[in-house]
Write a protein that binds this ligand. Structure first.
Ligand SMILES: *Cc1c(COP(=O)(O)O)cnc(C)c1O
Length: 461
């Protein structure tokens, strides 16, 4: 076997390119103007103003020729479309969950599950809530509680499964308040904590603890295939099992899942709820009809369901996953070699810069994550996102504990080795002049999910 995936080399693509899209880097002055117009928030930049777009891996994947072909066999019947049947059969086969309800994306699935299961005063534990999940828990008047292991908050700790839940804290929470806990959630992989995986051993333990008290376990399965790949490669005794087999055991430990297929479904739009609970499924379908559409399309075109069914299979292909996680590791390796501080070990869908060590001269009040995001665009037209005080602070406050990261999310099957080398060199240039980076203040912020639309200005001091 040729050594195609040696660490020091970029992994070799298990695909070739059939369609291309032109991108270009604006001049420095144009980038400055774009930043000002955008209120220094990358979500307000136009796509055409961005050269390498690492804002998110969500819905930004390149679909395969087979998926595009799938779009052409769309059976656009309102009810009973054959694409729905194929989609339903695929999700059932991969997850074992009998009830499959399509939704237009992950947060719609979260809305359906959380608005029905959680109530005012409830507590919802998760290894770490993603921003939309947290918001849906809060919207029903319940309290999201993050129970990740302490290692998850230490960027330098090489723990292979920083997505694990602290099962002692879970046990204590359930011993105190089990009547107030309508479900336990686990996010695979832990996006907010650096795309870090959850081990199968931990998932078994969480499942046992929740089920001993009659509490259902739901998976936020957005990156289930990347998570299963890490279990296969990092967890003792797992290397001989296939990703789908490992994934299936994860689902067997749970009662249901919410999915954004914009991640490990390799589509540009789509998601679903899957569950064993027939009663809940029936109630979800009633809600679905009000908010998303009939249960055989759930807010999507039927052709989208076809592409999603194909994408779910492709995303759990081991050669694809080896390349996918290899790209992240490659970029992480280039950055580490230049001394750039990152969340270690690298996770599944992106490299996360450790802002506290990158800009130690800026305290939380000066929004260092935002400052770094602005510099990456200013330096090289790269769009990234802050995952820290702004994304997770409440109201006027910025959260000044927990993680302060900037995520360089890698879209699936989109960028090549030279793009990643370019990204590494832009980050290195900012790193070399880090002492000159100034802070920001938030000048406009909405109540919920404020990082999407807030506006910022360079801070005066
Ligand atoms: C993206 C994401 C969601 C929400 O999905 P959308 O499709 O963006 O609505 C939920 N949880 C996690 C972990 C995610 O990464």
């Amino acid at each position: 076997m040729p050594p195609s995936f040696a660490d020091e080399h970029s992994p070799v693509e298990p695909y070739r390119i059939k369609v291309v899209e032109a991108i270009s880097l604006l001049g420095r002055e144009e980038r400055e103007r774009a930043l000002e117009r955008a209120g220094f928030n990358p979500f307000n930049l136009l796509s055409e103003e961005v050269y390498i777009d690492l804002l998110t891996d969500s819905g930004t994947s390149a679909m395969s020729d087979r998926q595009w072909a799938g779009l052409m066999v769309g059976d656009e019947a309102y009810a009973g479309s054959r694409n729905f049947l194929r989609f339903e059969a695929t999700v059932r086969r991969l997850t074992g969950f009998p009830h499959v309800i399509p939704a237009h994306q992950g947060r719609a699935a979260e809305h359906l599950v959380l608005s029905l299961l959680a109530h005012p005063g409830d507590v919802v534990p998760n290894n770490m809530h993603f921003d939309t999940t947290r918001t849906h828990v809060q919207r029903v008047g319940a309290k999201p509680v993050d129970l990740a292991i302490p290692e998850a908050y230490d960027c330098e700790n090489p723990h292979p499964f920083k997505g694990d839940m602290d099962t002692d804290r879970l046990t204590r929470l359930l011993d105190d308040r089990s009547a107030a806990v309508p479900l336990v959630m686990m996010t695979l992989t832990n996006n907010t904590g650096g795309g870090q995986p959850v081990s199968l051993a931990n998932l078994r333990e969480v499942s046992r603890i929740a089920h001993a008290r009659g509490i259902p376990l739901y998976l936020d399965m957005c990156r289930w295939a990347e998570n299963a790949y890490f279990i296969r490669t990092r967890e003792p005794g797992m290397s001989q099992r296939s990703v789908r087999e490992i994934g299936r055991e994860c689902f067997d430990l749970a009662d249901g899942a919410t999915m954004s297929a914009k991640k490990d479904g390799l589509v540009n739009i789509g998601g679903f709820v899957a569950t064993r609970d027939a009663k809940l499924a029936a109630r979800i379908k009633e809600e679905l009809i009000v908010f998303e559409g009939f249960p055989t399309y759930g807010g999507l075109a039927r052709r989208d369901l076809e592409a999603m069914a194909i994408g779910l299979e492709e995303a759990s292909d081991e050669r694809y996953l080896e390349h996918r996680t290899g790209q992240v590791r490659f970029l992480a390796g280039l950055l580490t070699a230049s001394g750039v501080p990152i969340m270690a070990p690298p996770g599944g869908h992106g490299v996360y810069l450790d802002v506290r060590r990158f800009l130690p001269h800026l305290d939380a009040r000066h929004l260092p994550g935002q400052a770094l995001v602005v510099e990456l665009y200013r330096e090289g037209g790269i769009r990234a996102v802050e995952v820290g005080a702004i994304m997770f602070g409440d109201g006027e406050e910025v959260a000044d504990q927990g993680l302060e990261l900037v995520r360089l999310a890698i879209p699936r099957r989109v960028y090549t080795e030279s793009h990643l080398r370019y990204v590494a060199s832009v980050v290195r240039h900012v790193w070399e002049r880090r002492d000159s980076v100034r802070g920001f203040t938030m000048v406009e912020a909405p109540e919920h999910l404020r990082h999407f639309t807030a506006r910022f200005a360079p801070s005066a001091d």
